[in-house]
Write a new protein. Structure first.
Ligand SMILES: Cc1ncc(COP(=O)(O)O)c(C=O)c1O
Length: 395
């Protein structure tokens, strides 16, 4: 006998839950791709997409996952042999750097910790040594989905700006876009990268890159421009077909229109705020469960903890057993630890289409699994989480 029968709940850090109304709008056969509604709708998306990255720059789309969007960013702005500085803060910046190496770029890693955000002073020091301006691009991740750190992109942007260093500042917002406050122009970011399957609440399949004027200028002389990803056709399309270098991802286009409508209805700042409160509830629960040798939040500095994902170190508690109980006995899927963390861990994804019953249900199920394992926990995390949510309800 198992209690798992009912609506399954997925709490991994992407792909996230796709809302019913998005699924419904995607569930359609393909219309004419040469004229009519789809064409107007797609050009409308290109116009509107900059608003969610808070930029007046250009948005580009590709039929791809996040890796494809990484590739698009690199190939359109750099040339073989260019030096790229990768600011490590967990798995994903490093993997982006490895992709840059395979793209014939000369990659230097500024190593970081799995438990702390990138130190802007370290960046400033390294850039001040680069008097010949050999570094052509700086790559970092806003929220690293493995460690759940949220880097201070504004401070990093300021460090680059203060030195007047000309390197392009590229930020991976694949896990953070729409979940966390992000201000591409204000924070001096030249390139932003995202994908459809996390804060944008869609199935995987659409990659996005936003480019400001500096990035568009770099594109003109970029030696790595390659066919499918090249922005050339996408910049001045004679036809919608060219926005995707071929047949458009029709169902994703309809899905994205619905997602942007949902964002407009709720308001981007309200969405950031909802994520702040719901993730605060997660952190309150974990901090209440915390015990020596037991659970602990991976990220040490409170202000650097992501609102999209929480990595929980498990000490002497077996994370695999915990995840298995949640999944097989209760229908809750938690995220596996990835990225070579120093200790056993699991991850709670809290990005996108989520509300208090979903978060409280997730946390209560984790607590029930911990109780069933007779794991050492400090107290009733659900009470603490409910209090965070209660404080956000109107008086
Ligand atoms: C922060 C971050 N960057 C990049 C990626 C890679 O994206 P994809 O798996 O869609 O290629 C992920 C995937 O989880 C991610 O979380």
């Amino acid at each position: 006998m198992s209690l798992r029968y009912g609506q399954p709940m997925i709490a991994i850090p992407g792909p996230s839950i796709t809302p019913e109304r998005v699924l419904r709008t995607m569930h359609r056969s393909s219309p004419d791709i040469y004229e009519g509604e789809l064409v107007d709708l797609t050009f409308g998306l290109v116009e509107e997409l900059p608003s969610i990255a808070r930029t007046s720059g250009r948005a580009f789309m590709a039929i791809s996952n996040g890796h494809g969007a990484w590739q698009m960013a690199l190939c359109n702005t750099l040339s073989a042999g260019d030096k790229v500085l990768v600011l490590e803060s967990g798995l994903f910046a490093t993997v982006w750097g490895q992709m840059a190496e395979r793209t014939q770029l000369n990659v230097e890693y500024l190593s970081g910790s799995n438990r702390l955000p990138i130190d802007p002073n370290m960046l400033e020091k390294r850039l001040s040594e680069d008097t010949a301006h050999e570094i052509k691009a700086i790559l970092c991740v806003h929220t690293d989905t493995a460690t759940s750190v949220r880097n201070d992109i504004a401070a990093l942007g300021r460090a680059i700006k203060n030195l007047d260093h000309p390197a392009l500042f590229m930020v991976d917002c694949i896990a953070s876009l729409v979940c966390e406050q992000y201000e591409m122009d204000q924070w001096e970011v030249d390139i932003t990268v995202a994908a459809s399957q996390k804060g944008l609440m869609m199935p995987p399949g659409l990659g996005f890159v936003w480019a400001n004027d500096r990035a568009l200028e770099a594109h003109k002389s970029a030696g790595l421009r390659i066919g499918y990803f090249d922005w050339d056709q996408r910049l001045n399309p004679d036809h919608m077909y060219q926005l995707f270098s071929g047949t458009p991802p029709i169902q994703h286009i309809y899905g994205l229109r619905e997602v942007l409508d949902m964002i407009n209805e709720e308001g981007l700042e309200n969405i950031w705020n909802r994520h702040q409160i719901l993730s605060g509830a997660v952190r309150a629960a974990v901090e209440t469960w915390q015990q020596p040798d037991g659970l602990e939040l991976n990220i040490i500095e409170p202000q650097a903890r992501s609102n999209a994902v929480t990595t929980v170190l498990t000490g002497t508690i077996d994370s695999e057993q915990l995840r298995n109980i949640c999944s097989s006995e209760a229908g809750l899927t938690l995220g596996l630890a990835v990225g070579g963390l120093e200790a056993d861990a699991f991850r709670i994804g809290h990005m996108g289409h989520l509300n208090p019953p979903m978060i409280l249900g997730t946390l209560a199920t984790i607590e029930a699994a911990l109780l069933s394992m007779k794991a050492p926990i400090g107290g009733n995390g659900i009470g603490a989480a409910a209090e965070v949510i209660a404080n956000a309800f109107p008086d």
